[in-house]
Design a protein around this ligand. Sequence first.
Ligand code: ATR
Length: 284
Amino acid sequence: MSITVELPVTNDQYAVFGDPISHSKSPRIHQLFAQQTAQALHYQAKQVSAEQFNEAVEDFFSQGGKGLNCTAPLKELAWQRADALTDAARLAKAVNTLKRLADGRLQGDNTDGAGLIKDLMLNHALPLHAASILLLGAGGASRGIIGPLLAQSPKRLVIANRTLDKATALAAEFNQPLLVASGFEALQGQQFDLILNATSASLTGELPALPAGILAAEGSCYDLAYANTATPFVSWGRSQNAAKSLDGLGMLVEQAAAAFYLWRGIYPDTASVITLLNAERNAY
Ligand code: ATR
């Protein structure tokens, strides 16, 4: 007669750190991915300030944590903390995903740009090749997506920012002729096929000041932020008769899927998760 010994099952631990974090959808998304792919893991959201970051990271990984997502305002700190960087993270100077390697070192990746490109091109069939693209904002959110956008060979990519100097400095880092910096007022008379909002204006219910007629006929709008109701920028896009005016929920799910793949080696289905999360925010 054989004896079966039931070993205690301890699920692999993952988390997202940020400040604020209470409204994060990441635990739900990773739980859905885990169910779908039959992976035993636990993913929690933890409020961690910039001051607490380094200690919280050591704590988490010394207790056996396998992987960590970092959101605002911690992505640059995570980039500094990582022992090794992927090309995407090096280019973005920001890390949204940390993975503990077999030797204990922490690898930093940035899946935001890839997540955005997947959502734009695969989920929404928005062409980027040869498109005129306007990127609003010159902060960390913009920095993370410029490389992946340029990789799609747009016709031009204009970074417009309230503070022109920041846009100029950011554009200079990439040193590509099709990438130019602009203030908002100088956009008068120009038209774009796609306008991406990477400012933090949505968080305070504000909107960058854009001239009328800036969106080309059949052009689309995309807000990297997301909310349970339309963000001010999504509403603005609708008022400009955008072919599509989208928020960043799809990007959120896609960047999570890329992180999940990095950690678990299995790519979850994102479409079903996006459909579910959209259905849950029925006011949208
Ligand atoms: P993040 O990491 O989210 O990009 P950030 O680095 O603080 O945050 O950058 C915020 C961006 O949003 C900046 O480009 C900022 O413009 P400034 O550089 O001029 O400050 C932009 N921003 C924030 N509030 C804005 C508003 N009300 N109108 C226009 N741009 C705004």
